[in-house]
Write a protein that binds this ligand. Structure first.
Ligand code: IYR
Length: 223
């Protein structure tokens, strides 16, 4: 007990430096093979895998340990179709009128457009909502903290768990995405954050030949 709150001992891990180097290298190699995918197979997989993935995502750190996220899992074909139709309506408007020339030019290498067939093909859509506050059983509101940072971290863990399960995903950002709260009938304290189709890659699935920034481009060391 500390200040009346229950505590448990966290056991520090003793590790051989060589094992640490090869372990971190192996994890890096695995994560480096992750790709965002837009061509999905229709093949499904057990619901239990999704459950484990969501439990993993929920191990992310969060402001005051409020875990301010909700994962809506959509596999119902009619609902997937409604989401696709609503997303394409917004995306068509965005690609044709709302996005700047610079933005469209930046997206050209990715080959994206307003069409989102993967929203129907992928066996599961995980629609992530962030929770600005909690509504208590008596109707009063309780504040959440660092809601975007926390939900972003949970989504990072989610993508890593999806990859570890041998599946692929797309971090899709239809914009604006208020339609998701409407279609899924979410409460007023939840805001749509990301729409993540999950499944197996299609047999023929081309991805852009991207290069990742090197260490010297993403880090500055003060030694
Ligand atoms: N939301 C649009 C556009 C789009 C924007 C970015 I930044 C991307 O990296 C990819 C797509 C869409 O999903 O097509």
């Amino acid at each position: 007990m500390i200040d009346g709150y229950p505590y448990v001992l966290y056991h520090a891990k003793e590790q051989d430096p060589r094992a640490m180097i090869s372990g971190s290298e192996g994890f890096y190699q695995s994560m480096d093979s992750r790709r965002s995918v837009r061509a999905f197979s229709a093949q499904s997989f057990p619901r239990e895998v999704v459950e484990n993935i969501l439990l993993t995502a929920s191990t992310a750190p969060s402001g005051a340990h409020k875990q301010p996220w909700t994962f809506c899992v959509v596999s119902d074909p009619a609902l997937k179709r409604s989401i696709r139709e609503a997303a394409e309506k917004e995306e068509r408007e965005s690609y044709n009128h709302r996005m700047s020339d610079e933005w469209l030019e930046d997206l050209r290498p990715l080959g994206t457009d307003w069409r989102k067939p993967f929203l129907e093909t992928a066996p599961y859509l995980i629609v992530v909502f962030s929770r600005s506050y909690e509504i208590m059983p008596d109707g009063r509101k309780r504040q959440n903290y660092y809601v975007k940072e926390s939900t972003g971290l949970a989504c990072g863990f989610l993508l890593a768990a999806i990859h570890q399960a041998g599946l692929v995903a797309l971090t899709h950002t239809p914009s604006p995405m208020n339609f998701l709260a409407r279609v899924l009938n979410r409460p007023e304290n939840e805001k749509p954050f990301l729409l993540i189709p999950v499944g197996f890659a299609a047999v023929e699935c081309w991805v852009p030949d991207l290069e990742r920034k090197g260490l010297d481009q993403v880090s500055v060391w003060y030694e």
